[in-house]
Design a protein around this ligand. Structure first.
Ligand code: GCU
Length: 361
């Protein structure tokens, strides 16, 4: 059944190199580079360059989560291409049981700011570290003509080249800089580091994780259009709509790709390329059953379509029964994980609990 549903989407071939040769375990690295280059050029823009060492300074320390974890408020500073530097705040929350002898898994969490639900107690009790920063402290989530925060350090006089990064790329870049900091803590287990984001930040988590191989687990929550969801025949939000309403999330070239539904459905890529660019690392996609704007079916089918990237490497890809998922389904056996939560567009306790389980399994 799933094969038929996938065929109807008429996807560009993931497992064929640009020169027409088949993708194998031997040329996977080169194929991954092709996927990332295509997505950078056509959609998100080229990732900013890392120009030197990231440093941080602790501002404040508080006991949290009913007294079993410590929150370190820090300022993260990194050098920028214009010869200056950029600083943004972050919170690193470490359960007391973490130590060099007992290193714990960690999440870099790209957040909207004041979440309705924060999983600090669950994380502390389960022994997981979280490092969180707020997107608007790095790049303004609105049309600022690239004149505020990180943007002017990247583009002179706001002049962004056609493949210059959009805001999604800037947030993703900041996630990697926070990861630089996290990796200086000897109580962090570098073999279990996830990046997590919801919705526009789920798109960001995927782009961050696809690019930065130090993220061993990539978690995309309800990321929808230009996130996990396949674009071809997607319901809800479409490429033309997203590129029109949120042009600053993407590079300028995305405007051509999304000039019409026809244009966006005849590109040489689709969003399963983004998931596949995480292979051989783990990627996990979560959907909510009432989130038609994001389109759970297109998010799920993307996992199916990306799976061959793991399989060619001799790994378990996406393990699913041959049917569409039902609410409450969690498919976490393979290196591609998925769950369908009942309910609306949100990063909920249900989602976090499954991310914690997946990174610890
Ligand atoms: C809008 C947008 C989505 C995005 C969402 C969010 O609904 O159309 O693409 O995921 O905002 O970030 O909350």
């Amino acid at each position: 059944m799933l094969e038929t549903l996938l065929k109807e989407r008429n996807l560009p071939a993931l497992m064929t190199m640009k020169d027409g040769s088949p993708v194998t375990a031997e040329n996977w690295c080169a194929r991954r580079r092709e996927l990332l280059d295509t997505l950078a050029r056509e959609e998100y823009g080229v990732m900013p360059e890392k120009c030197g060492e990231t440093t941080f300074r602790e501002i404040r320390r508080d006991r949290i989560a009913a007294g079993v974890a410590v929150e370190h408020l820090v300022e993260v500073t990194f050098p920028t291409p214009d010869g200056a530097s950029f600083t943004f705040p972050a919170a690193i929350r470490i359960p007391d049981i973490a130590s060099a002898e007992n290193p714990l898994p960690a999440f870099v969490y790209i957040s909207f700011g004041f979440p309705k639900y924060d999983p600090n107690e669950e994380l502390a009790n389960e022994g997981v570290i979280i490092a969180e920063f707020v997107m608007n402290a790095v790049a303004h989530d609105g049309e600022d003509h690239y004149a505020t925060l990180l943007s002017p350090h990247l583009f002179e006089d706001g002049k962004r080249p056609p493949d210059g990064t959009g805001k999604i790329g800037m947030w993703a870049f900041a996630a990697s800089r926070l990861l630089d900091v996290l990796l200086t803590f000897d109580c962090v287990d570098p073999a279990r580091i996830g990046v997590v984001g919801h919705s526009r930040l789920g798109k960001t988590a995927l782009w961050a994780g696809a690019n930065d191989e130090r993220f061993t687990h990539v978690f995309s929550n309800d990321s929808g259009c230009s996130g996990a969801a396949i674009t071809r025949k997607k319901i809800g939000e479409t490429f033309p709509r997203i590129a029109n309403v949120f042009p600053y999330w993407f590079c300028e070239n995305m405007q051509t790709v999304s000039a019409s539904i026809e244009a966006s459905e005849s590109t040489d890529f689709d969003q399963h390329f983004l998931l596949a660019a995480c292979a051989p690392r783990k990627v996990y996609v979560a959907s909510a059953s009432e989130d038609d704007w994001a389109d759970p079916t297109s998010e799920f089918l993307s996992c199916c379509a990306a799976s061959p990237a793991w399989e060619i490497l001799g790994l378990k890809g996406f393990v699913t029964p041959d049917r569409l998922p039902e609410p409450w389904d969690t498919l976490a056996e393979g290196n591609v994980g998925y769950h369908l939560r009942p309910g609306t567009h949100f990063l909920s306790r249900h989602d976090w609990i499954r991310y914690i389980r997946y990174i610890k399994q």
